[in-house]
Design a protein around this ligand. Structure first.
Ligand code: NOJ
Length: 533
């Protein structure tokens, strides 16, 4: 699955912003890369308070990207190349410019229009304090006070930015509207949906304060049991199509048993594996994460997913080049030195490790080029609300969203056409001239050719698909396992070279071997010789 962040993929009309025409032009690139499906981050009209995750109209396309007609053509053209399309659905909140919220603001306290959201009077005698102490995930209080014609009025809930009011999922209109939106996209050929913030929709109706400890399902706005009724309903809709549609959840939950509940046979098909993404570059931590992942998926018979990067996290070349290679959204930190050479070597090994595991793999646009997190974007050019709402304390996500380099020796590196007068919406580092698609194509040592080769082999080898994996004995710091058809993956996360089994042929390596030994931060796919060990 290849994640397309349209704004940063390819700009066909020269306005510095990626668009659907740019994606359509590059479909052959995606076919040649070897992907099965595209997941598009939101492409709907949006005032861009959260760069598309604040949706004003769920049934059309942002004019900066193109038209609905073009989206339908894109879906059909991709399908003709054997590539399916997954669209992003954001059910927790809408844009403050969405017609429902505009009419709620224009209507009085207690009106039916306001019941689709969480409007409440403020606390304290004059209502000047928020209804409770919930904090926004983007920083600051999760409540904003309305202004009723100059008179301070009720407060409304927003778990993200104030421009993203939370919907009230106890309201039947909210259910009906989303079911209709699902059908709208499924009827246009979308093969499935990625569900944004999928564990946040249902709130405690009493808006209880957060406390340090919770029983399962008792947090006031995360992972509440009522969510599962919503997803059962959505699954019935998805299964109602002759070619059933797929539901992919963005579910950030630390408890694997709670995560597994979303993947029961009548709910979501898959969920992103954020535990694996946040795992440090450490053999024992990764092995535990892999085992936990497979164990949680087994009883519900859902396919595991493997994710290294997306549009919300620091690109993994940079993460793996730091001293602390772990990642969490709560502790994003750009003040650590980054060894890009080491990070790149590890990223190459990581992709072979990941693509040898059973389940589906998500590739975030640009990771196939070895792009790193751009940490030095000037403050004046920063766009992410996280950066703005935390006063720069959290550097935010702009660094993972910088437009892709396609060709040429200078920005915009073919992202925009040569005649473009506008610069890309985020600045590209000049060093990316060495990481363009043009430069990497045909270079056997490039990240791009490694991804192409790995995806080609993964597609051709039935043993790398679904099915069991078994760990092989290995020295400390080394991960070694076998898949079907005698294929093995060995990843060396230790500090020095290790021996490889003698009677095995190398199918693909993330870097050169040294005298037949596997160097540090290198991975290899091997085929065991018949009778070999
Ligand atoms: C998760 C999305 O991936 C992120 O980009 C967005 O800001 C939040 N959900 C809110 O929609």
């Amino acid at each position: 699955m290849y994640q397309v962040y349209v704004r940063s993929f390819a700009d066909a009309n020269g306005d510095g912003v990626g668009d659907l025409a740019g994606v359509r032009d590059r479909l052959p690139y995606l076919r040649d890369l070897g992907v099965d499906a595209l997941w598009f981050s939101p492409w709907y009209p949006s005032p861009l308070a959260d760069w598309g995750y604040d949706i004003a109209d769920y049934r059309s396309i942002d004019p900066a990207f193109g038209t609905l007609d073009e989206a339908e053509q894109l879906i059909a053209e991709a399908r003709a190349l054997g590539i399916r399309t997954i669209v992003d659905i954001v059910p927790n909140h809408v844009s403050d410019q969405h017609p429902w919220f505009r009419s709620a603001l224009a209507s009085p306290a207690g009106s039916p229009e306001r019941e689709r959201f969480w409007f409440r009077p403020g606390a304290a005698p004059d209502g000047e304090l928020p209804p409770n102490g919930w904090q926004s995930i983007f920083g600051g209080p999760a409540w904003t006070r309305t202004d009723d014609a100059g008179v301070p009025g009720e407060w409304y809930l927003h778990l993200f930015a104030p421009e993203q009011p939370d919907l009230n999922w106890t309201h039947p209109d909210v259910w009906a509207e989303h079911e209709d939106v699902l059908r709208f996209w499924f009827d246009r050929g979308a093969a499935g949906v990625r569900i944004d913030s999928a564990a946040l929709l249902v709130k405690d109706p009493h808006l209880a304060e957060e406390t340090p400890q919770y029983g399962a399902g008792e947090h006031p706005f995360t992972d509440r049991d009522g969510l599962h009724d919503i997803y059962r309903r959505w699954r019935a809709i998805a299964d109602g199509y002759p070619e059933p549609r797929v539901l992919v959840g963005e579910v950030w939950l630390p408890d694997p048993d709670r995560l597994a509940r979303y993947l029961r046979p009548d709910e979501l098909h898959t969920a992103f594996n954020f535990d694996f993404l946040g795992c440090p570059w450490d053999a024992s931590a990764l092995r535990t994460s892999i085992d936990t992942t497979l164990a949680l998926h087994e009883p519900v018979k859902a396919p595991a997913t493997w994710v290294l990067s997306n549009h919300d996290v620091d690109r993994h070349v940079s993460r793996y080049g730091r001293d602390d290679t772990s990642f969490s959204l709560q502790a994003r930190n750009h003040s650590q030195p980054v060894d890009l050479e080491r990070g790149t070597r590890r990223a190459r090994a990581a992709v072979l490790l990941t693509m040898a595991l059973p389940g589906s793999v998500y590739v975030y646009q640009g990771e196939e080029l070895g792009l790193w997190e751009v940490e030095d974007i000037p403050a004046a050019l920063r766009q992410d609300p996280i950066w703005h709402r935390t006063g720069g304390a959290d550097p935010g996500r702009d660094g993972s969203r910088v437009p892709l380099p396609w060709s040429g020796l200078e920005p915009p590196f073919g992202f925009s056409p040569p005649a473009a007068r506008t610069e890309p919406w985020l600045p590209q580092p000049k060093e990316w001239r060495d990481l363009t698609v043009e430069i990497e194509t045909g270079d056997p040592d490039s990240m791009l050719e490694l991804y192409r080769a790995a995806l080609r082999i993964r597609r051709a080898e039935p043993g790398l698909g679904d099915g069991p994996m078994s760990w092989l004995p290995a020295t400390s710091g080394v991960l070694a396992f076998e898949r079907g058809g005698g294929l093995r993956c060995v990843a060396n996360l230790s500090d020095g070279p290790v021996d490889l089994p003698a009677a095995a042929a190398v199918v693909l390596a993330s870097g050169p071997l040294a005298d037949g030994r596997l160097p540090a931060d290198t991975a290899v796919w091997l085929r065991a010789a018949p009778g070999g060990s």
